[in-house]
Design a protein. Structure first.
Length: 86
């Protein structure tokens, strides 16, 4: 498992193995999300928003109600360990 060291200026270098795995390049943005305890998730923000166009469209899927959407979101949060985080 790769490690990084925090500098006195609060900076870290993301190890090359991790940069390569998630496709990070110089100038890319990353998002840090605090989870329960001292866990932090780093997510790359290096994609183009236009690439998302149409990815959820499925002409054979029936529309969901707001309640069904909320239930699906709650289920996914519980599965990922993010339920109850505030």
């Amino acid at each position: 498992m790769p490690y990084a060291t925090l500098t006195s200026k609060g900076q870290i270098t993301i190890p090359k193995e991790i940069r390569d795995r998630v496709g990070l390049e110089a100038g890319d943005k990353v998002l840090f999300t605090a989870l329960a305890g001292s866990r932090i998730v780093l997510m790359p923000r290096n994609g183009d928003i236009r690439a998302l166009s149409g990815m959820l469209y499925d002409p054979d899927r029936k529309p969901m109600t707001i309640e069904e959407m909320n239930d699906a979101i709650a289920d996914a949060a519980a599965e990922s360990g993010m339920a109850g985080l505030e």
